[in-house]
Design a protein around this ligand. Sequence first.
Ligand SMILES: [Zn+2]
Length: 478
Amino acid sequence: MVRDKRVQPVLWFLGGVRTVTGSKYLVDSFGTKVLIDCGLFQGKRELRRLNWRPFTVPSDQIDAVILTHAHLDHSGYLPALVRQGYSGPVYTTPYAAKLAEIVLKDSARLLAEDADHANAHGWSRHQPALPLYTEDDVDRVLAQVQPLEHDKPADVAPNARVTLRRGGHILGSSWAELTVNGAGGPATIVSSGDLGTPVHAVLRPPEPFTGADVLLVESTYGSRSHADEATRQDFAEAITRTLDRGGSVLIPAFAVDRTEVILRTLHMLIRAGQVPAAPVYVDSPMALATLKVYQQAVASGDDELRADVIADGPVAFDPGRPCELYAHDVSGRPSQPARPSVILSASGMATGGKVLHHLRHMLPDKRNTVMIVGYAAEGTRARHLASGARAIKIHGQYVPVRAEVAVVEAFSAHADAGDVISWLIAAGAPAPRTTFVIHGESSTATALRDRIDAELGWTTVVPEFGERVLVGTREEQD
Ligand SMILES: [Zn+2]
């Protein structure tokens, strides 16, 4: 059948391809434009520079934004879009909106600090250097949020209907199903967002994929498989031997979700007698704000949470001594606990934040342990420590590394390659017309593409940044 290609929906990859940051996927159907995710580019300078370009289409032409979850690489460009004039709705779940408030306000503060730093050192081309956005822009984003519960379809624009499904990645996360009308009838585009792992300590696994004409699937860990039980054992053993020798454990941890997962795991291990009870400190205002949101979800019995977490209620994230979680002085210079203890602090890769004070204090003592529990990008202090550095630079000075450094990758919030394949086939959905592998470095995206191709035989592509494709329906193939 001959079709007029001009009236087929178009899918445009504006970020989050061949990288894990800057997720932005624009669907344009008969002039209705829906943007799925609106993430900030992070990491390398070439990527970060993309944040400063005007958005690809005039922002007032966008009809709706769908936000799959609160992480900055999916939400962090929203205030910039609003600053450029976007005044339409941002559809996301209520918990994603609560976490987005914490994440975006922190982002605005960091951007303001960057601008101040640039002005103080005179290295900006702009005089004075201005932040990409401010807290006021964040407030405008929050005012534009339209809460959308999981599994409740909503007409988000003329000719565009969205349903968010449970994503199991962080609280409030979703995968998104968008249906638009093309020349060949309705076409469904599914974006996986970030997919959780079935062994998440707090959240239930993602709702299985139920089919789409076009599928976008994430590949953060597309070439890896987690060995969760073994690493959880390593985690327990490292804490136990450190406490036994009179040392303390420092865990640099991402504030959103990772802290809750670690606290929950500690709770379970202490309860099972696999780790001795010790004071646990959370030294990160952002982590504590996030913890409150998770505790609200537990109190309301939210069905994103695992049944055992809801059953434990108020003590679900309590490693045994609840007062200790909040007793710590979180002002600029954290005092060090006298007794052997476990300290969680951000940032997760030790690139900044309060964790630096703890590192400086704890690294020179060989009784202590610094535990690296997640992905550590190249060039970060966490990576240097994991690679066996004997000294690391903090606040301009080298600090000797005499403490034990334990690398325990037990707490990824992302599905690995096997998890992704299981998610794709769990509901017996037919093959999409095209599957695009997104949100992964080129090598991991390619590895996942090859695996989907080999195991499922689906037409699978790793798109290019800026690429546009027509969205056809599965029926049109015949
Ligand atoms: Zn994420």
